[in-house]
Design a protein around this ligand. Structure first.
Ligand code: 13P
Ligand code: 13P
Ligand code: MG
Ligand code: MG
Length: 364
């Protein structure tokens, strides 16, 4: 039978500033989650945080884009926002962009990644949660996991991975998609996914079994609101083993602190640091950007876990690298390439400053 794993996430208020979540907000989200399980809307569910973003992990039989599941997530974020408002948390309700919920979370502000799957006898999945970064940040790690044999040994030595994977790439500005096959179209694929501010990998599918290997959130808040309202801190779900990369191959893709956009005011590039749940509270220059990996075994739709996968000294070098890169980039202050290029700054608070000086410019 087809089951669904949905991750719906939002920033509904930061504690302190944009650095973390307040326990009282987490409590109300967890209480709502327990109610939804008791009422049988969900088979199972958990709430976790990375920085100032709350991630609702929901296992159910209702399929993708289910109105009741999406409404539950929206209502839960509204309840959390109420607590955040009472405590005067920072940016309470930051990602809830519409006044009235219309039945689907897409286009309303929160980010979502939903996986429909037939549960295998053993179903290991990893849920990634990002903060201080943006949609498209998973492009490079997904490429490493599903297309790079120097990362994923299985592409070479396992028959079930040898046929490669199909990448569904979304153009987040033009709202178009294309499917490109690895390995034979990797040069075409890289033309697009190498530019993650515009093109984001939405899904990867096994060419052996046609089953979905991973999904990610590609919602871009600036595209929804038309102005800067905080960032689309992303999430993704990755299936492991069998026809998919092994758990260790999936995690190997994060042994380098890749440069992503989203550091301070959503306006700077910084290194994406793989961290445990306890270390997911970005505070230096509101960063550096973080990623947490929660490992689960699914058992008849129940979430067995999580194991906090980056809580492992083998990621210490990536964390040290992230700190070194932060030190180096920070020295550039307001200069590119630490600050985002001008066309990306269009989606930040900078245009209002530039507008103020419009009249002072003259011909040369
Ligand atoms: P085990 O022999 O521990 O199952 O490991 C197999 C494997 O593929 C590890 O990557
Ligand atoms: P969030 O999108 O995580 O709220 O971060 C906003 C920001 O840019 C903080 O400097
Ligand atoms: Mg915030
Ligand atoms: Mg955030």
């Amino acid at each position: 039978m087809v089951r669904t794993l949905s991750v719906i996430k939002a920033d509904i208020g930061g504690f302190v500033g944009h650095s973390g979540m307040h326990p009282d907000v987490m409590d109300v989200l967890r209480k709502n989650m327990d109610d939804a399980i008791n009422k049988s809307l969900l088979i199972d569910g958990q709430v976790h945080a990375c920085g100032d973003d709350a991630f609702l992990i929901m296992s159910h039989d209702n399929g993708e884009d289910n109105k009741d599941v999406h409404k539950f997530a929206w209502d839960s974020f509204i309840d959390g926002t109420e607590v955040a408002k009472k405590l005067h948390l920072y940016g309470a309700g930051q990602d809830l962009l519409v006044d009235a919920f219309s039945g689907n979370i897409k286009g309303a502000g929160p980010g979502s990644a939903e996986l429909e799957y037939e549960e295998r006898p053993s179903e290991p999945v990893i849920i990634f949660m990002g903060d201080k970064t943006s949609a498209g940040s998973f492009n490079l790690p997904f490429y490493k996991m599903f297309a790079d044999p120097f990362n994923t040994a299985g592409l070479v030595i396992s028959e079930s991975l040898h046929q490669g994977f199909a990448f569904e790439v979304h153009d987040v500005k033009e709202h178009k998609k294309i499917i490109l096959n690895s390995p034979e179209e990797i040069y075409d694929l890289l033309v697009f996914i190498g530019s993650p501010a515009r093109y984001a990998v939405k899904r990867v599918v096994s060419r052996t079994s046609n089953s979905i290997a991973c999904v990610s959130s590609t919602d871009k808040l600036s595209e929804i609101a038309g102005r800067y309202v905080g960032k689309d801190d992303p999430t993704s779900i990755v299936r492991c083993q069998g026809d998919f990369p092994a758990v260790g191959e999936v995690l190997e893709a994060f042994t380098t602190a890749w440069t992503v956009e989203g550091f301070m005011r959503g306006s700077h590039y910084g290194p994406w640091m793989p961290v445990s749940l306890d270390e997911a509270n970005p505070s230096r220059f509101d960063g550096p950007p973080r990623v947490v990996a929660l490992g689960f075994q699914l058992a008849d739709g129940k979430l067995i876990g999580p194991r906090d996968m980056f809580d492992d000294p083998s990621f210490d070098n990536a964390r040290a690298e992230a700190n070194d890169i932060s030190d180096y980039l920070r020295k550039h202050g307001p200069f590119e390439p630490h600050r985002l290029p001008l066309d990306e700054m269009e989606y930040t608070t900078m245009p209002t400053v530039a507008d103020k000086l419009n009249k002072r410019w003259s011909e040369i």
